[in-house]
Structures are given as C-alpha cells and as structure tokens.
Write a protein that binds this ligand. Sequence first.
Ligand code: OVM
Length: 416
Amino acid sequence: MTTSPTTSTMALIEGHKPITPASGIPVWDIDPYDVELLRDPSAYYAKLRELGEVVYIPRYSVLAVGRYEITRKVFSDHENFLSSRGVGLNDFKLEDPWRPPSIILEVDQPEHTRTRKVMSRALSPKVVKGFADLFRETADTLVDQLLAKGTIEAVTDLAEAFPTTVFPKAVGMKDVNPRHLVDYGAMVFNAVGPDNALRREAMSHAGEIVPWINAACTRDRLTEDGLGAMVYASAEDGTLTEAEAGMLVRSFLSAGVDTTVTGIGNALWCLSQNPEQWQALKRDPSLIRPAFEEVLRYTSPVHTFGRTAGGATEIAGFPVEEGTKVLCVLGAANMDPDKWGDPEVFRIDRKPVGHVAFGAGIHGCVGQNIARGELEAVLGALIEKVDRIEPAGEAVWRPGNAIRALDRLPITLIPN
Ligand code: OVM
C-alpha cells in the first residue's frame, strides 16, 4: 500500500516541515546563508524586495519577506507568527532545540508577558541611567589607552573590549571570561540558521561554554547589586521560580554581548567610512543618539530572524500553511527605498524612526535602552578625545546566520 507522506513520517528540512508554497508566490533559488552573500548582503536585500511581498526559497523550504511594511507586519504579528517554535529554521514543536528555550524570546502570549515585565523593569531607562557613569568612565579609559596605541584593531580592541568589560559588571557577574561571553553569543545567533559551517563552528565550543554560562547564571555567582539580582528579586516576590530567574539571566548573556559588540564595531565602520559624518558628530554631540539609530538602520546588526505560522494564515494575500517558517529579513527592510528614500546614504541626522533593527512588536528588543547607553558612552568618549578616525587597512565582514558584524576593522585614532 502506498500512502502520501504525513508530517510524522516526512523528512524535515533544517528541523522544520517542508511546505508547498501557494501559487503565485515567486520562487527564488538562493541560499540566503551563503557566506559570500552574508559578507555583502546588499544585492540579496535588493532582489528579495524586488521579487515580491513574499518569496519562497526552496533550498530551505521557507518563505522570506524583505520589503519594509510587510516585514514589520509579519515580525510583529505575534498571534499568527509564533516565537515559541523558535526564531530560526528549527521548529521546536518538531525537534528538540539545542538548549532549553529562552523563556522570553522563544515563548508566546500569555507566558511572554510575565517574563517580559521582569526584564523590562530590570532594563528600564531609570536603571540604565544608573550605569551611565560606569559606562562613560570605562569608555574614557579605554579610548585613552587606544589613543596611546594609535592604530588599533577596532573589533577586538574596542568593539569587544567595551561590552565585555561593562556588561558583566552591570549584570553583577562574579565569573569573568570575555571570550566565553563572545563565543556564547556566536552560538546563540548562529543557531538560528541552517546546519551550515557557521553554525557548526560556533557550536563546536558548546561543550566548554554552555556549562560555564549556565553556572554563571545561578544566584550564588551574582552580586547583590546588579541586573541579575534584580531578576532574582522577582523570584523572591513570587513572580518567577528561582530556575526561571536563572533562565532570564541566561537571556542577558545570550542577547547582551554579541549585539552591542556588533553595534560598536558597525558604528566605527560607518564613521571611519564617512569622515564628514564624523566631523558633523563632533560639531553636534546631540546627534550621538540619532547617529547610533542610523548605524542600526544602515547595518542591521541582527539581519534576519524568523517566525513560524501557528495555523493557516496569509501574507500579502497569499495563503500560508501551518508550520511555515518565515524569514524576516530586517536588514532588507531597513534598506527599503520605498520607506527610506535614499537608504544607501549614511546620514547621522536622518533620525530613522521605525527602523526594525531592534525588531518590532511585543518581542522588540527589551535591552535597547542599555544598548543605547553603551553606544552613547563610547561615541561620547570618542568625539571628545579623537580628532579623526582613519581606515588603516581593509575592513573585513564576518558572515553570520543572524548577525552582520565586522571580523576585522583596522583604524587609526588621531587625537585632538
Ligand atoms: C534569549 C535571547 C533574546 C534575544 C535574542 C537572543 C538569539 C536570545 O532570551 O536567549 O538571541
């Protein structure tokens, strides 16, 4: 007897159910996780937007969106497009994820609200303001040291050095290992992609790093005065269990390091490539925050995150079947000329309200205030002490399944 395959017997593609796309959806034979594409995604972004509101990518049997309005709509539609089945290619309903799911990122309503409240209180503007002196003093010291060197490798010397110094202090970590924090970020963000060389290389460190991270999140490894203690205080008042508090501290370590490292590196790249914008920033420090928003729009540190259709739904009028993975290409949306007019121009006074670099909707980055606080400190120290930032060699991008970061950025800092 022959039977048509059912979900339970059918082979999965990258841990999710292969789909039959609705007729009329453009089919695009591309690998969006190809390393060359990831090093320079602009042509991919443009073609993705050009092909249609939504496209089907047979290589991974997924849909993808990249035009601004539809990307924002799908990404923030938490009722139809779930996070609990994973924000990468693996469908957590069909295959066990590589680690216990995050209880804020990888959950839906109503569970999400409870953990989100705890994290947004810990990362509130008021709390972040309390870190302003730590951030600025650290940035001043670091920039002074780097000015003494002159020519630096900005990725390691500044972009990695700053967050791996201040973030563990802000969280109140007793265990310090900058390398492990950076490598864990690489695991977390490459894990949302396919089982390619990038994911495998990142995961090859898991045996050493995962136990270290998990141990660093327990109450006895945290000081009494940091963000970690604030989360554990919610275990005291009955909002969370102690195990859940540990899981939320893990979320700090997952999402708080690689992202800000990338934000700083990308900001230095933008400013070293656009000296007139650097000079404009020096003339008008009130543009520090808008400049960072423009860096986020222009470089989209998190370039792609996914969602999973929880039931039969639609995108732009096309039927979408239950279990469909949808790649939301935030980097493409942030460069959509229909939204931004001249997206290829880096302008620190653009004030790109509505960019999706921090996502959108109920899952929008809960750490965006602290990210802005870190960048304000770094850029503030730089404009005060540095006259010019000059390229000192070739900038090299590092391909990532979710993050677009520099691998090397040689620059020379010329003092005032
Ligand atoms: C988490 C988390 C949150 C945001 C991003 C992220 C994939 C992880 O809660 O672990 O990176």
